[in-house]
Write a protein that binds this ligand. Structure first.
Ligand code: XMP
Length: 333
């Protein structure tokens, strides 16, 4: 267990100077661990996997292969950003897998949130394993484990009960046993961000709000359909755009749209039509165990309502969820 305890002597990384020292130290440690062997990494585009990817690219360059699985449940522009930053700017060995059809076909007709999570988690592993098997001579697996993950697993091992299963990825099959490379495992989130910026990653990527592993899959409520998922992605992009313009994007901990599987009557061009409601959720929290709602100014809300109803096909109402956690969880599923 001592190997998983942050050394007491470790200084908190609060600036570029400390970040650069950390990066140098870890680059040397990774090179010593890996030698000239190959490393594989599942790169979701989230803060932790992006920072570990950038660090490993700096340490071992093309000995690293990053696999980005697009499960079709990403937010608008996210996979494109991964390709742009890692495939082009950092010139990484990047395998991009568009597995949208695999995931959406399996999810067809499935409305139970936990079943959806299990299908997404299991399929994610399968797609990743398919890619891993195509590569030869890989002995190491890079992981964006950070210190709160380690503390969380210690808590879980002590038997604390989770309300939702937050498993995004399960274990790899027996015959694919890699040695782990986890250079961020003693860092807190704020330190990971400083290190990410010191490595030259875009600010928006490093300060990205938390995004659940099952992605838009748990925000397109009930059984996912492609048309409602599309509407959700577009409405969510508008919300993010308006939050960014209003200076709320980095102030609010998590904000997103959820779309329930219901339709209500609306009116457009003098005719009645049935449309979905888009629900705005914007919350602040320290640890996601409890949360308060962000009081979005009415002027901004009006703008968001006007844009979503005008620009997104299929949505005729916008609702604003004022429920703190408890009683509402942050996600709707
Ligand atoms: P809830 O909805 O439980 O969410 O209040 C608390 C935090 O956890 C995120 N969340 C998930 N993250 N896989 C994840 O990686 C999941 O299945 C999952 N479900 C919820 C949620 O976005 C919030 O930040």
């Amino acid at each position: 267990m001592t190997a998983n305890v942050r050394p007491e002597t470790m200084q908190r990384i609060t600036n570029f100077e400390l970040a650069n020292a950390f990066i140098e130290e870890q680059v040397a440690a990774v090179r010593a661990q890996v030698g000239n062997k190959k490393v594989l990494l599942a790169l979701s585009g989230g803060v932790d996997s992006s920072v570990v990817a950038a660090l490993l690219i700096k340490a071992i360059g093309k000995q690293l292969t990053c696999v980005h699985v697009n499960h079709g449940l990403m937010r608008k522009g996210e996979s494109e950003q991964v390709i742009e930053v890692f495939g082009k700017e950092l010139d990484a060995n990047l395998v991009y897998v568009d597995a949208t059809d695999r995931f959406l076909n399996l999810l067809e007709g499935v409305s139970d949130p936990e079943k959806k999570r299990k299908i997404i988690g299991k399929e994610f592993i399968e797609v990743f394993v398919d890619e891993a098997r195509k590569l030869e001579g890989v002995e190491f697996l890079g992981q964006g484990t950070i210190y709160p993950d380690i503390l969380e697993s210690i808590k879980q091992a002590e038997g604390k009960k989770a309300i939702k299963s937050h498993h995004n990825v399960g274990g790899l099959p027996e015959d694919l046993k890699f040695e782990l490379v986890e250079p961020l495992k003693f860092l807190y989130k704020d330190e990971v961000r400083v290190v990410g910026e010191a490595l030259g990653l875009p600010h928006a990527m490093v300060y990205r709000q938390p995004f659940p592993g099952p992605g838009l899959g748990v925000r397109c409520l009930g059984a996912i359909t492609r048309d409602r998922l599309h509407a959700l992605r577009e409405a969510d992009a508008i919300l993010r755009d308006e939050f960014a313009k209003a200076g709320l994007a980095e102030k609010v901990w998590q904000f997103f749209i959820a779309i329930p599987d219901i339709k209500s009557v609306g009116v457009k061009d003098d005719s009645r039509y049935m449309g979905w409601p888009a629900v705005i959720r914007a919350v602040n929290t320290k640890d996601a165990m409890t949360a308060t709602i962000e009081e979005i100014p009415y002027a901004i809300l009006h703008k968001i309502v006007a844009r979503i109803t005008a620009e997104v096909e299929g949505i005729n109402r916008v609702l604003y969820d004022l429920t703190p956690k408890p009683t509402g969880t942050i996600e709707w599923e």
